[in-house]
Design a protein around this ligand. Structure first.
Ligand SMILES: O=C(O)CCC(=O)C(=O)O
Ligand SMILES: [Fe+2]
Length: 215
């Protein structure tokens, strides 16, 4: 890591922390160096061609089901042992962020789960909230985008609804390469609008310990 990328990295994390504290969500660009983004995207494209991606399901536990009308992206879960070095470096960056969020915002984040996602042209994920109602372990959602040369005309924005379940106001966040979005998982309804190009991302969740079992 160069001094410059280290400096970027530190200031990105402090920006994320401040924005999360102030508004509950944060958008930062250049979260990772361009080369690392390109490497991960190429790895995803190869995994896609190998048929490693699966249809994404909706809901927790035994209620989990394929509901292509709600979401029709295709995903591949990140398993630390199977990750490339570029992917592991991303997970290492998130680990530093996780510790900072715990230290400064006392969020009690315990671990991270995430998957790569490809939204083929026309695919979408309808309005939803990431924290499941019965297991409240997902605390902070994150999405890293990997799309070079994305244009607003390509569509595919993440539409974040800013006032609970109201349809206004909202903010449209475009999936530009290197952009990282984070938001409190229990606060923000959001959806992924259809795009006219394939849309690459890594979505993940910082989790707190599951205390629902304690009754
Ligand atoms: O890709 C995005 O912008 C958001 C994805 C999402 O909402 C999810 O996977 O839960
Ligand atoms: Fe989501």
């Amino acid at each position: 890591m160069t001094i410059q990328s280290l400096a970027n990295f530190v200031s990105n994390d402090s920006m994320i922390t401040r924005q999360l504290a102030r508004t509950g969500y944060a958008v930062v660009d250049n979260y990772l160096p361009g080369g690392q983004i390109t490497t991960i995207r190429e790895e995803m494209a190869r995994a896609w061609q190998n048929g490693s991606f699966r249809n994404a399901a909706v809901g927790p536990g035994i209620k989990r089901a394929l509901q292509p009308a709600i979401r029709n992206d295709r995903i591949l879960w990140l398993e630390e042992a199977a990750c490339s070095s570029a992917q592991q470096r991303y997970l290492a960056s998130l680990e530093i962020l996780r510790k900072r969020l715990n230290r400064e915002l006392l969020l009690g984040l315990f671990n991270f789960e995430g998957h790569m996602a490809v939204y083929p042209p026309g695919a979408r994920y309808q309005r939803h909230i990431d924290q499941f109602r019965n297991t409240r372990t997902r605390r902070v959602s994150s999405v890293l985008y990997l799309n070079d040369g994305w244009d607003m005309d390509d569509g595919g924005a993440l539409r974040l609804y800013l006032d609970n379940d109201k349809l206004q106001p909202y903010q449209d966040i475009y999936p530009y390469a290197g952009r990282l979005v984070t938001f409190l998982s229990d606060r923000f309804y959001h959806e992924v609008l259809p795009a006219r190009r394939a849309r690459y991302s890594i979505a993940g969740w910082f989790r707190q310990r599951d205390n629902t079992l304690a009754g």
